[in-house]
Design a protein around this ligand. Sequence first.
Ligand code: ME8
Length: 522
Amino acid sequence: MPDKGPFYITTPIYYVNDKPHIGHTYTTVACDVLARFKRLDGYEVMFLTGTDEHGLKVMQAAEAAGVDPQALTDKVSQNFRDLTLLMNYSNDDFIRTTEERHKKAAQVLWQKIDAAGDLYQDNYGGWYAVRDEAYYTEDELTSSPDGKKIAPSGAECEWVEEESYFFKLSKWQDRLLEFYDKNPDFVAPQTRYNEVKSFVKGGLKDLSLSRTKFDWGVKVPGDDKHVMYVWIDALTNYMTAVGYPDEESESFKKFWPADIHMVGKDILRFHAVYWPAFLMSAGLEVPKKIFAHGWWTIEGEKMSKSLGNVIAPHDLVKRYGVDAARYFMLREVPFGNDGDFSHQAAINRINADLANGIGNLAQRTLSMIYKNCDEQIPQPNELDSVDMKLLLNSKENMLTVVRNNLDELKIHSALEEIIKIVSVADGYVDAQAPWTLRKEDPERMKTVLYVLAEVIRCLGIIMQPITPASADKLLDQLKVPKDERNFEHIDEKYALKPGTKIDKPEGVFPRIVEEEERGVGT
Ligand code: ME8
């Protein structure tokens, strides 16, 4: 396989105060698709996810549950880890911030920032939202009817006063702005980049970087009374997993700086402002790109425990199957925009694109081959220009378009392009009418079915990152060798061999039956 070099992609590490839901699944599935795509495209991939286990929010959740924070984090972190199997993630590592390797990394980063002269001690007095684990200035807040201070995210703030180490964030304002100007692709989508720039232009205040009122965190080196602010601890995870603090290690040299930190728009400021400032201060390289995707609501409402509308990944998988769930989340909403989840939209999309689209095309073609070509891939005759055009569009052309879209993180457009090929192939089936050719021109029928089988092989290969198990099943049915499923194998050289026996075809993408049809209440 060609070696196109390393590619390092990360998800946010998720707080362990509560159970995982489809918001978390969305980010990780998106990264999984990109990671799988890059692997099949010849890159050496490092794909990281994990859990963020320190801080006041997690500590308070443990208190509320009446357990110690370590017991809570062990349990909830495992719930997130179990999603790897459920959602078929291909992450190469799973990091927990309570691991020793990570505490050490966070402390070394702290020491580097200290040695650069960017830390000082003072008293902090200001507003803090535990839900966001974030500090806010007075002018960012609004008041609720009962007089509480509310952050822009809707989180309630409390007044905090304590001794703290501060990071000289203000000192980095100009250098950050210069960096943004020089790296126009650092934050995407563009609207998010504009938000980041205007936030920094508005003036940066020094950042309180340690807490003394509780101890559930990484200890500040040399001053045990303080634990680190959970965000400097958490952000460091991206380096820990590739070997930091050993900057000379093979993996750190290979994978740092990361290619993409994928995040939701809620945590952009931490990644696009604080994180590069910490790294610049410590003399380390800054990640290449931060992509902030949009926010899911559920049937028009914010997802929340109190509304009882939180969708657990298990429920989604139970209802639609893992591959269809993965596909739906990424196809439905332009990646970067906010989206609304509804079961009706999921059913419509899955049935239109997967069951009636690829699934039907494959089932029709393979059944005709099985019945009319002696259960084997037929021998094609000479291809005409229509056959050639369809094949060309399903091979290098499709790969190029999909690759370009994914490079720009237009995941939904990449999927749309794949489905377009399915429609073109459906049009070809209708126009060629192989069922009529069976009697009138059986030789031409064989050519048509061969062309279609080749199109399905290419679709199977390109769908692997999105619907891995179903794509595998499709390729298994066509008897495509396991070691001929990378993108380079889309090439003509690896085309299906006439005479290959195929199994009796089985549907790969089942149609979702609506509840009324199943006789379940309304
Ligand atoms: O912020 N729609 O963790 P977190 C889309 N520990 N994405 C959603 C979502 C929704 N409704 N809800 C959650 C943290 N997400 C920190 C991160 S990283 C160094 C530390 C996704 O558990 C989205 O990716 O609150 C969002 O950014 C992330 O979950 C927040 O997860």
